[in-house]
Structure formats: C-alpha cells, structure tokens
Design a protein around this ligand. Structure first.
Ligand code: DQA
Length: 144
C-alpha cells in the first residue's frame, strides 16, 4: 500500500509558526514521525509540501498514475478557499483523508468552510501530528 501525504501552504513553517496552535515540532519532525509509523505498519509513504495551489493540484493529478493508493492531505488555508483542490481529489478518485493539526471547528468563522471535505472519506482535526497517523489508520482500515 502506497500513501501520499500532502501538506499545503505554511506547513513547511511548522515549529516556527504559531506554536500555541500548531506545536513546536518541525515539518521534518512530522515527516519522520509519519515515516516511522508507516514502517511499523508496513506501508510505503511519500511526502509533498507546497505553498502553491497549482503545484498541489499537479501532485494530486500525478497520484492518479503513480501507484498511490491513498492520500492524507492537510490543505492548510486552501481548505477554506480552493474548489480546484476539491475538484482534483474528485478527479483522481483516490481515497483521501483531510487532516488539520488544530481544531478548526473552534476557530474563526472563515475556517468553518472546507471545500475539500466533500471529496474525503474522513476528516481529523485537533489531534496535532497524531492526526496524520490516525488518517493512515483510516486508509488502512479501508483495505486499499
Ligand atoms: C490548518 C488549519 C488551517 O485553517 C490553517 O490555514 C492552516 C493549518 C491546521 O492544520 O490546523 O494553515 O490546516
């Protein structure tokens, strides 16, 4: 099973940006944690992070033909704005789980909209880095 973990804008700044909301762990630490978990579970994992909407869309499209079985995506701020990301996930038809490090439902009104959610099999919020591991479990339970 091959899982692709996609992170959107500003998540490369984890550990620096708003630690009270997102914690002190870096993006590299997040990737290491997921890598160790996937090794333990016998799952192959790859990572992609971009601050650019079109690059995120290109990567989702590539997953259609690169053997990806499941996607874990934290679209960050594009969650709340991007119909194009929603359409990309719909286009490839690969089981996708939406993750947010913070508890978005308890934050500002503008974070209450998630366009991508309607194309996702599950949404996990407010569990910090562990939310990504739960997303991997969710994809594995789907027996991809
Ligand atoms: C986030 C929540 C988004 O509202 C925000 O724009 C982010 C990170 C999260 O992981 O909690 O950049 O997706």
């Amino acid at each position: 099973m091959n899982i692709l973990v996609i992170n959107g804008p500003n998540l490369n700044m984890l550990g620096i940006r708003e630690p009270a909301l997102y914690g002190t762990g870096t993006y590299a630490a997040l990737c290491e944690k997921i890598t160790a978990y996937c090794a333990q579970k016998g799952v192959a994992v790859s990572f992609y992070q971009s601050n650019h909407e079109g690059c995120l869309i290109d990567r989702i499209q590539e997953s259609y033909s690169d053997g990806t079985d499941g996607i874990v995506i934290n679209p960050a701020a594009y969650t709340h704005t991007s119909i194009a990301l929603l359409d990309a996930v719909k286009a490839v038809g690969i089981p996708t789980v939406e993750v947010h490090i913070s508890k978005v439902e308890e934050r500002e009104d503008f974070r209450q909209v998630s366009y991508i959610r309607q194309a996702c099999i599950a949404t996990i919020t407010g569990k910090g880095f562990d939310g990504y591991l739960e997303a991997i479990d969710t994809l594995m339970e789907k027996k991809l």
